[in-house]
Design a protein around this ligand. Structure first.
Ligand code: ADP
Ligand code: ADP
Ligand code: ZN
Ligand code: ZN
Length: 755
């Protein structure tokens, strides 16, 4: 039964999470941008309602045989939804995959390249499969196509100033007294009190590399039929040649101490065997081409003039050009997807869809501007417009004013976050939004200005001749005791310098990044900030029972879900499916534990309070202080028990920031702290960073947001371009000086923004 206009997605009575029974129509085949403060309900509408229902209905169309194998989605809480299209979500989750997943394989460009080599490569060696490093006939036999090998670092495994009796072998499994250690001291080959540095070359070889032999005159206690073999020989067999998943988890930290990963000596990282590498086009084998940065590969492929290859050449160049167009021209096809940042992952996924010929789909983007310099946002807009022009509906959750401007339609959510949000406060054109009184409207009309007084540095962190990744012998002094912003286009080398080089030189640096937070799957804001312990003792005291009952992995936990509240099913080909635990209905604890209350609320009800509600519920000073800091970083709407792995990258970064606010004298590095923040919250963030500095810390942030850049004491601009064309410091100085530097792209954009 379809009614209403076909050119609109119609939603009536949506109530998921904080949505207040809202009605909304979204034009199809247009770009709709959703704005609003963090926690206002944008994701609840787009992901939890629209995308979830589209996916559920799509699954319903499959036969019951397949349906049983698909995740079961509950029906979102809404009265009516009409005219949906199948949804494709392009988010910032890292691309799942192991070391065999690369930019080339994930975009399918590598398989086109294989096809090309199988057609016109010289000499012709076989079908396109053979060019795959995941295929037994193509892979390098030494590293099995991984390009890297793990090996023991001899310097780290042995302390040569010691004897065997003194514990010269540093790996715990070989500690004095262990069975493995006895294999050496009882072998009869060594003077067990002789320091290893005094060993003859022969003894050293025997100790390290000897293959299995029967020892000549072993000492008492030797096992009758046992053979002797060297430490390294044994170590490799026992710890390295086994699947890392199999070797004991408890050994992993010790393994990391003595084992290093390096390029494979046979293929030098090319991953393929000699025969495959001998096949060339214009003098280059497939691995050499996969190692070129995309912008160079475009030129290389463009040189191929063979008539038989022109269709393939055109297809490869089209996709490479998409990568370049979206600001990823500095990546190479052989780059492992696991090393990409969130923003890079999202853009790589986007390229995969741009090559698709499906139309009338619904594409949903989550802050696509993340990680992009003002210069590249324009290209991103062009790509999203081209998706629309192919006949797709595009929904974008975004805070960046430059992306907001391309909207055909705006849905502004608010007015506040959590229970103060969940409504649509403005709907219509961008022009109308600019004039509206909503927080977004006001934010867009703001008049930015530079700070009048700047702080004086108290010293500096010195980097000399850094060469990590694309850095071109970078030497730079980063001032201490002030707020420094590191700018530059994506791929210019900002993270290589700040996240890569700096912490190696100064290990005391505190990284407040968007990576997963340390902790278990049971971690949540309460456990992460430490207030969970206090809450448990409050419950214990109020009910005169043991506090352990209220730990979610303890004796009081629901046995079915082990206190997680959800059960998850791993599907090989999709993200894992998580469903509410049927036994406890997501309440995590056994019924009797849920019967204990604190001021009228059960442990489950307390964990469901958000930060704002919890601040009213608790009066204990320690707890209130922590909640106050969460409030200050704009996380009022988070519930105490929300699993940390459900938080976005920006939220994770801000929760880490909250735990640091009262510390003094540290060096902090942050990676795009404005990610996920509404225009109106950026000022709060800047105030927090200033507070850290005023408390005597040094703050260094990588950032594209022009408001943040304008408020820095000091700017380091990387560039001039990306990848090979970047890796230099192109400007160091104050924001005022940056504006007048015509050579800095960032300066040009900042100048436009300020004036
Ligand atoms: P936005 O996308 O605008 O940042 P969300 O839709 O993520 O906002 O959040 C809106 C409200 O719904 C917030 O109060 C948030 O804490 C709550 N919320 C979001 N997801 C969940 C969830 N899985 N469980 C409980 N509450 C949630
Ligand atoms: P930015 O932070 O400015 O976006 P990056 O420091 O991430 O820039 O990247 C600079 C260069 O280093 C790029 O050419 C990028 O491809 C390369 N690079 C970054 N990380 C890695 C990595 N883990 N492995 C290989 N190359 C990398
Ligand atoms: Zn190899
Ligand atoms: Zn349960």
């Amino acid at each position: 039964m379809q009614s209403g206009k076909k050119d609109q997605i119609i939603i009536k009575g949506a109530r998921e999470n904080n949505l207040r029974n809202i009605n909304v129509s979204i034009p199809k085949k247009k770009i709709t941008v959703l704005t609003g403060v963090s926690g206002s309900g944008k994701s609840s509408l787009v992901f939890d309602t629209i995308a979830a229902e589209a996916q559920r209905q799509l699954n319903e169309t499959f036969s019951s045989f397949i349906r049983h194998r698909l995740p079961h989605y509950g029906q979102p809480d809404a009265d009516l939804m009409q005219n949906l299209s199948p949804a494709i979500i392009v988010d910032q989750k890292q691309i799942r995959g192991n070391a065999r997943s690369t930019v080339g394989t994930i975009t399918d460009i590598y398989s086109l390249l294989r096809l090309l080599y199988s057609r016109i490569g010289k000499p012709f060696i076989g079908y396109s499969n053979i060019f795959s490093f995941n295929h037994p006939e193509g892979m390098c036999p030494v590293c099995d196509g991984l390009g890297t090998v793990t090996a023991v670092d001899i310097k780290k495994l042995f302390d040569r100033s010691k004897s065997l009796n003194e514990g010269a072998i540093l790996f715990p499994a070989f500690a004095p007294g262990s069975a493995l250690w006895k294999r050496f001291v009882l072998s009869g080959y060594f003077d067990n009190d002789k320091k290893l540095k005094d060993y003859t070359e022969e003894e050293w070889q025997l100790l390290l590399y000897q293959e299995e032999i029967k020892p000549k005159s072993p000492k008492a206690g030797w096992w009758p039929s046992a053979k002797y073999e060297g430490v390294i020989t044994r170590f490799n067999k026992r710890f390295l040649d086994t699947d890392p998943e199999d070797s004991k988890k408890s050994l992993q930290p010790a393994m990391r101490q003595v084992v290093t990963k390096g390029p494979c000596p046979a293929c030098k990282g090319a991953r393929l065997n000699e025969k495959v590498l001998s096949c060339k086009i214009h003098g280059k084998n497939i691995a050499e081409n996969a190692a070129l940065q995309v912008s160079d590969l475009i030129k290389e492929i463009g040189r191929i003039k063979e008539a038989a290859a022109q269709t393939m050449v055109a297809a490869i160049i089209e996709r490479l050009t998409h990568l370049e167009g979206i600001g990823l021209g500095y990546l190479s096809l052989n780059r492992e997807t696991s090393t990409l940042s969130g923003g890079e992952s999202q853009r790589v996924k986007m390229v995969r869809h741009l090559g698709s010929s499906l139309c009338d789909m619904m594409y949903i983007f989550d802050e696509p501007s993340t990680g992009l310099h003002a210069r590249d946002v324009h290209q991103l807009n062009v790509l999203m417009q081209s998706l629309r022009d192919k006949g797709n509906t595009v929904l974008i959750v975004e805070h960046d004013p430059d992306v907001i401007t391309i909207a055909d339609h705006i849905i502004d959510m608010g007015p506040g976050a959590g229970k103060h949000g969940g409504e649509i406060v403005y709907e219509g054109t961008v022009k109308g939004l600019m004039k509206s009184g909503t927080l977004t409207g006001i934010g867009l009309r703001r008049q930015p200005a530079l700070r009048e007084t700047l702080r004086k540095p108290a010293g500096s962190l010195k980097v000399r001749n850094a060469t990590l990744h694309n850095l071109q012998k970078v030497s730079v002094d980063i001032p201490e005791g002030v707020f420094t912003v590191v700018t530059g286009v994506a791929g210019s080398g900002k993270s290589s310098l700040i996240n890569g080089v700096l912490p190696r030189l100064y290990p005391d640096i505190v990284c407040i990044n968007q990576h997963a937070l340390a902790g278990s799957v049971r971690s949540n804001p309460a456990t992460y900030t430490g207030i969970a312990d206090q809450i448990r003792s409050l419950f214990a005291r109020a009910n005169k029972v043991s506090a352990g009952l209220f730990t979610s992995n303890g004796e009081g936990a629901c046995p079915a879900c082990k206190g997680l509240g959800v059960t998850s099913m791993d599907l090989a080909f999709m993200d894992a499916v998580v469903t509410t635990c049927e036994v406890c209905q997501g309440r995590r604890f056994k019924d009797n534990v849920l019967g204990y209350t604190l001021r009228g609320k059960s442990i489950d009800e307390v964990l469901k309070l958000n930060v704002e509600e919890a601040s009213q519920f608790f009066s204990e000073e320690d707890i209130v202080n922590v909640l106050q800091r969460l409030h200050e970083v704009g996380l009022d709407y988070l519930t105490l028990g929300q699993p940390l792995d459900s938080l976005s990258g920006g939220e994770r970064q801000r929760i880490k920031l909250a735990t640091e606010l009262e510390n003094t004298g540290n060096v902090y590095i942050l990676d795009e702290p404005t990610t996920g923040l509404h225009l109106s919250d950026v000022d709060n963030l800047i105030a927090l960073l200033n507070r850290l500095v005023d408390n005597g810390s040094t703050v260094i942030a990588i950032e594209h947001n022009l408001d943040v850049i304008s408020q820095a004491d000091w700017i380091i601009d990387m560039g001039p371009g990306a990848g090979r064309d970047g890796g230099k410091v192109v400007f160091e100085g104050t924001p005022a000086a940056l504006i007048n530097d015509k050579n800095s792209l960032t300066g040009i954009f900042l100048k436009k923004y300020i004036h």
